[in-house]
Design a protein around this ligand. Structure first.
Ligand code: IMP
Length: 195
């Protein structure tokens, strides 16, 4: 089994990525298990932040590293919260407060179009000159009240028209078929197989 360090300590993200990678014989080790602190995410784009996180984890572990920088982009908010999704309502980060803040921002707004983005970056070593980069987008709409108990983050407010469900009403298997992270992961694996 191949080992990759995951440049994140987000337990829900780890669970989703493990469900996608374990069947392929790839073991994901969260960076916290190796006492690697979280990297700074000072950039304005998902790809720059994901690359910074992957390099940081690989540099400190000496192992190949995978990073997911992800977030929610809402059309009526000009793409916000975007790279600031985890801390939309400020510190300390809280999914519950982020969701309330989003509902507040969209109060009375009729265009509720939004998409989730996942930027996956895999570096084979810290100085890898050719990181493998993949992007997935998942399109939907923001509900006016939360629905569902599964998932994490903005899932209870993210309605997926094709399924008639919020992301938090979907089973983890169903979410793993169509989510931004699943789309990005399929792309990443195709790129890896092409090498
Ligand atoms: P990151 O850890 O800096 O990539 O922040 C990701 C943030 O985006 C999370 O804390 C969530 O708020 C949001 N997010 C990313 N992916 C998802 C998802 O699959 N469902 C719900 N929220 C998500």
């Amino acid at each position: 089994m191949q080992r990759l360090v995951l440049a994140s300590n987000n337990a829900k993200k780890l669970k989703e990525l493990r469900e996608l990678l374990t069947p392929l014989g790839i073991e994901l080790l969260p960076q916290g298990d190796l006492d690697i602190p979280e990297a700074e995410e000072p950039f304005f784009t998902f790809v720059e932040n994901a690359l910074a996180k992957a390099r940081h984890a690989s540099h400190l572990s000496g192992l190949p590293a995978l990073a997911d920088d992800s977030g929610l982009c809402v059309r009526a908010l000009g793409g916000a919260p975007g790279v600031l999704s985890a801390r939309f309502a400020g510190e300390p980060k809280s999914d519950a407060r982020n969701n309330l803040h989003l509902l507040d921002k969209l109060d009375g707004v009729t265009d509720r179009t939004a998409h989730f983005v996942s930027l996956l970056v895999l570096v084979r070593h810290a100085d890898d000159p050719q990181p493998i980069i993949a992007e997935g987008n998942w399109y939907g709409e923001i509900l006016t009240t939360p629905r569902g108990e599964h998932g994490f983050g903005y899932d209870p407010l993210f309605w997926v028209p094709e399924t008639g469900l919020s992301a938090a009403e979907m089973s983890s298997d169903a979410k793993n078929q169509c989510s931004h992270r699943a789309i990005a992961m399929r792309q990443l694996l195709t790129r890896l197989n092409e090498l």
